[in-house]
Design a binder for this molecule. Structure first.
Ligand SMILES: [Fe+2]
Length: 587
């Protein structure tokens, strides 16, 4: 890498209202953390009840590699409206350090940089789509879909850009809005449960009394807000006080809308299922039109995707099946947390020449790793940290822990698996995961109960890469940069569905992760051990959490283990078993 680039140290921050995050790039190494992992508030924005908390995320990263705040030469954000807040934060928390605040990239540029500079491509089309991005220069419309051409020699070029005005809605906005209507988001971020809408969609059906917006998408137009309003009105979903308002209002207002549709604790009806289906169909129709349009504009065959829209793994399958792009990469932290990486990369390259702008690093393990010594010390203090009796004569690493875990999984146990650096982004990909046996028919219901999730939600498998084609119908060449990150679904082969019922969704698909030994050695070895016992080269993998953000520290992992119906906890290299809720021991 160019020395002028490698010697710089840049802090990127995502301070937009949800999924706040920080990323430091220094000497070619990248560290990133979402604030929610530290303050334990899902999708946390930068300012929470007790004041400024972003400095916790920054300090966490600084401590990872003993970086001093004085080493940071630039801070980049993508929310211009947050600049005053950032200056206050910097002067309050780091008063002795005078840091450069560079001009800010737009929200979509930050997404795009995060995708291209974590991809393996030398050149690529980068498509960004989300609920809402930065304001256009006219301060009226806002970014909704942007396509760029990136290569390693030149500034990125915008080849397509759609803005949404307050009288219009985009397909991404429609998806978020229906998610809020269905009561899937929290009270703070009503659209944050988009994954639940995706999970519910296959249970729904197409309805003649819902409008068809395909023509707008084909003509590259947004949907007139009034069309969507009329649809909701016809279904009795529009509360009267809101009828007078146009649909371009801000989200906090929309929390009210759920009252007439569904509250989180209420049952799911056929109408809810059909609304989810409608949202899914619309996002697929719109994005496929966009992709077709982009394909006509370029000969480049690599596609990068970022923005919350592309956490939709069913949509990503459609893109894979129907587009002519030969290689597709979805930035695993595709929603706004990923913008911190984009900001850091943008800042790193802003002051450098254009000669060597390509740097690839392996997503998604960008967080902190805890040494054996630190975890051992944590276990030593356990009896004082938790009201639990910890039975062990001495604290020493477990012998052959992976064999023991594999055997426990095969025996129907649920195991918290904590190893290596934490993942950045919404998916647990083997380092902060809850694991179980995919062969057990009752495991989906059991785990949904443990995690207090809706019963319709599916679980995903992690499979050894070399065995993917035996179990799934997927173009592994095209999906090679999707498979490690659980960003695409695939059809489970007919003869395998009964073998792994806990990870097959109602539509016959799985949102699979497939790994090589190089990508995650510890996790790969565990699956190998499980295969030795069962003949099945995969485990069920879900995030290590129960309603909270994914565990980040050994403390979070232990707390989640003790408070929930989880049988084993692996704090690498120590394997812990629960004899009863008040008594645990080291194996
Ligand atoms: Fe975004």
């Amino acid at each position: 890498m160019d020395k002028r680039i490698s010697n710089r140290c840049v802090l990127g921050l995502n301070l937009s209202g949800h999924d706040s995050s920080a990323c430091i790039v220094q000497n070619g190494a990248v560290f990133a953390i979402s604030l929610e992992r530290l303050n334990r508030i899902k999708h946390s924005g930068p300012i929470t009840g007790d004041g400024f908390e972003m400095h916790h995320a920054v300090n966490y990263l600084l401590n990872l590699e003993n970086i001093a705040i004085e080493d940071i030469d630039s801070i980049v954000i993508n929310s211009p409206e947050q600049e005053d807040w950032l200056k206050e934060l910097a002067s309050k928390r780091y008063p002795t350090h005078d840091v450069a605040l560079l001009p800010q990239p737009s929200h979509h540029i930050a997404h795009a940089y995060s995708a291209f500079f974590t991809s393996p491509f030398k050149e690529a089309v980068v498509l960004v789509a989300d609920t809402v991005g930065s304001y256009a220069p006219n301060k009226y419309a806002r970014e909704c879909e942007t396509a760029f051409l990136f290569d390693r020699r030149n500034e990125p070029k915008i080849i397509k850009r759609n803005y949404r005005t307050p009288g219009e809605i985009s397909a991404g906005w429609l998806y978020s809005f229906i998610t809020a209507l269905l009561g899937f988001g929290g009270s703070q971020i009503p659209f944050s449960g988009a994954g639940k809408t995706m999970g519910l969609a296959p249970y729904g059906k197409n309805r003649d009394d819902f409008p068809d917006f395909t023509d707008y998408y084909k003509e590259n137009k947004n949907i007139p807000a009034v069309d969507f309003k009329n649809m909701l009105d016809a279904q009795g979903l529009l509360p009267k006080p809101i009828q007078e308002k146009e649909l371009g209002i801000n989200f906090p207002e929309h929390v009210k809308w759920r009252v007439d549709c569904r509250l989180p604790h209420e049952p799911i009806t056929d109408l809810h299922k059909d609304l989810a289906y409608f949202a899914q169909k619309n996002i697929e129709d719109r994005v496929l039109c966009l992709i077709k349009d982009i394909e006509d504009k370029t000969k480049i065959k690599n596609l990068c995707l970022a923005g919350g829209t592309f956490l939709n793994s069913i949509l990503n399958k459609k893109i894979m099946d129907k587009s002519s792009f030969q290689r597709i990469y979805v930035q695993p932290a595709a929603t706004d947390d990923g913008c911190a990486i984009g900001c850091a990369m943008w800042g790193l390259l802003e002051k450098s020449d254009n000669s060597n702008k390509k740097e690839f690093f392996g997503m998604p393990y960008l967080g902190k790793e805890y040494s054996d010594k630190v975890i051992g010390a944590f276990l030593k203090d356990l009896n004082t940290s938790f009201h639990t009796r910890f039975i062990c004569k001495e604290i020493s690493p477990t012998k052959e822990p992976l064999k023991k875990i594999a055997s426990a999984l095969a025996d129907g146990k649920i195991c918290g698996f904590f190893t290596g650096r934490s993942e950045f982004g919404p998916r647990a990909l083997g380092n902060r995961s809850l694991l179980a046996d995919p062969r057990r028919r009752d495991m989906k219901d059991r785990l949904n109960k443990v995690k207090k999730r809706e019963s319709f939600r599916p679980f995903a498998p992690t499979i050894l890469r070399e065995r993917v084609l035996e179990y799934f119908d997927i173009d592994v060449d095209k999906a090679v940069y999707l498979l490690p990150f659980m960003t695409v679904v695939a059809n489970v082969r007919g003869d395998k569905k009964d073998l792994i019922p806990a990870v097959v969704h109602v539509d016959g698909t799985s949102r699979l992760q497939a790994i090589t030994q190089k990508e995650n050695e510890r996790y790969y070895q565990l699956i190998k051990e499980f295969e030795d016992i069962t003949g099945v080269p995969m485990v069920l993998n879900t995030s290590f959490n129960c309603q909270e953000p994914i565990v980040e520290t050994p403390f979070d992992a232990m707390k989640t283990f003790l408070e929930n119906d989880i049988d084993y906890l692996f704090l690498d290299p120590f394997l812990i078993i629960k004899n009863n809720p008040r008594e645990i021991e080291l194996l």
